[in-house]
Design a protein around this ligand. Structure first.
Ligand code: 6PG
Length: 482
């Protein structure tokens, strides 16, 4: 007998917690996992006395679902998703819905939406953010794909999602891979936020010689103000956590970062779109540099750096670091929104920028008070060209600018790398400049490759070539334009 409202495949922690969350909100859920022991353990553990049905074959699983069937995959992104889709299709009926809730590459979601639509099935590729705790108590959910599927899934997703300002942190994002694209940008911003906080931490710890506990107190205090966010909160928690010997655990953790690829995808997409996503991309490179641990150890012996903490005024430098972090965070989100705008143009998505800020406002890893201001900015001016043109962010940047520079100079003086803080400032100084140095660049391109240039005293689009070495050559090249 068909009875479950939705089915979920993949009982790793995220999958289990989503199932429990759905059951707590009154939905009956069928579950299937490749290894049956996991299903049994789950059913005899946390799932006891909840409307959760265990199944042990895909046929049994599909047979237990109400029509139109809603099958959510919480499995490893990539080939595993395609393999499950292939096994499911012969068992499903036209009009049934397959949902992929993993961190899938958006181009895969675009392809799957199209391939399944051609066969008469509906596909949703959705970002789910918030980690294990979010999945259990309210994640941020960013669905995209085939919009025809949305009305059937909406009541479940909006019920289980986090809420911010009494509204669900989940709404339809757009066609094809739009949901996974927005989740990818979320993760890129997550990389940026984490890198900025880590740089601020190193400036405090090594630049000012602060103890882990003192850093904890500073971050805890910052979490009461404009930087109030989940990532600042957990940073404060991490800094006060002690290892078994009573010393801060943070000091025992190897400084070599891992990454699963979503930050890299964001950087790649920015290069494809021609959007200067400098802070996030620097954050990916910072992880790559950190991973060169052995090489860095060797280099540190060749180029030892002054390791004495500065005797600068701590209160002043801390305020400078705070303001630099805030201003850089504004730049990071500005760049992320620039990328989404360009992607929307490229792929024909009608993205709701205020809505995206609301989806990120609660439940997800980058949740913060700050996102409330982004939502307000786009709600007030949906066509806003750039976040830096919003009055609130203009004032915030102007108030922070002097300290932003001061913090970076402090890092330079102490030989502490601040790639994210610095690249944010470099972007800002470029973006706010009526004139940059590209006239020289264009001259060089034309000099060695006859790539032509535009002139300030001629209409845009009119191209000129100069015979720089008076060789008599008049032939210009346009073959290198991208
Ligand atoms: C989230 C997280 C989640 C995951 C990251 C980790 O939104 O809940 O982003 O998706 O923790 O993918 O990414 P890295 O391993 O690349 O840091």
């Amino acid at each position: 007998m068909s009875q479950a409202d939705i089915g979920l495949i993949g009982l790793a922690v995220m999958g289990q917690n989503l199932v429990l969350n759905m059951a707590d909100h009154g939905f009956s859920v069928s579950v299937f996992n490749r290894s049956p022991e996991k299903t049994r353990d789950f059913l005899s553990g946390e799932a006891v006395n909840k409307s959760i049905i265990g199944t042990y074959s895909l046929a049994e699983f599909v047979g237990s679902l109400k029509a139109p069937r809603k099958v959510m995959l919480m499995v490893k992104a990539g080939e595993v998703v395609d393999a499950f889709i292939e096994q499911l299709l012969p068992l499903l009926d036209k009009g049934d819905i397959i949902i992929d809730g993993g961190n899938s590459l958006y181009t895969d979601s675009t392809r799957r939406t199209q391939e399944l639509a051609e066969k008469g099935f509906l596909f949703i590729g959705t970002g789910v953010s918030g980690g294990e705790e979010g999945a259990r108590n309210g994640p941020s959910i960013m669905p995209g794909g085939n919009q025809q599927a949305w009305s059937a899934v909406k009541p479940i997703f909006q019920a289980i999602s986090a809420k911010a300002d009494q509204q669900p942190c989940c709404d339809w994002v757009g066609d094809g891979g739009a949901g996974h694209y927005v989740k990818m940008v979320h993760n890129g911003i997550e990389y940026g936020d984490m890198q900025l906080i880590s740089e601020a931490y190193q400036l405090m710890r090594e630049g000012l010689g602060m103890s882990a506990e003192e850093c904890h107190e500073t971050f805890a205090q910052w979490n009461q103000g404009v930087l109030d966010s989940y990532l600042i909160e957990i940073t404060a928690d991490i800094l006060t956590f002690k290892d078994t010997d009573g010393n801060p655990l943070i000091d025992k953790i190897l400084d070599a970062a891992g990454q699963k690829g979503t930050g890299k995808w964001t950087g790649i997409s920015s290069l494809e779109m021609g959007v200067p996503l400098t802070l996030i991309t620097e954050s990916v490179y910072a992880r790559c540099l950190s991973a060169l641990k052995d090489e860095r150890v060797t280099a540190s012996k060749i180029y030892p750096r002054a390791s004495q903490p500065s005797d600068a005024n701590r209160t002043e430098v801390l305020q400078a670091i705070h303001d630099a972090l805030y201003a850089s965070k504004i730049i990071s989100y500005t760049q992320g929104y620039m990328l989404m705008k360009e992607a929307a143009k490229e792929f024909g998505w009608d993205l709701n920028y205020g809505g995206i800020a609301l989806m990120w406002r609660g439940g997800c890893i980058i949740r913060s008070t700050f996102l409330g201001e982004i939502k307000r900015a786009y709600d007030e001016a949906p066509e806003l060209q750039n976040l830096l043109q919003d009055n609130f962010f203009e004032q915030a940047i102007k108030t922070s600018e002097a300290n932003w520079r001061k913090a970076i100079i402090f890092g330079i003086q102490q030989s502490i790398p601040t790639p994210a803080l610095s690249s944010a400032l470099a972007f800002f100084d470029g973006y706010r400049s009526e004139k940059v140095s590209a006239n020289m660049l264009q001259a060089q391109r034309d000099y060695f490759g006859a790539h032509t240039y535009e002139r300030i005293d001629a209409p845009r689009g009119e191209r000129f070539h100069t015979d720089w070495i008076q060789s008599g050559g008049k032939i210009s090249s346009t073959s290198y334009e991208v």
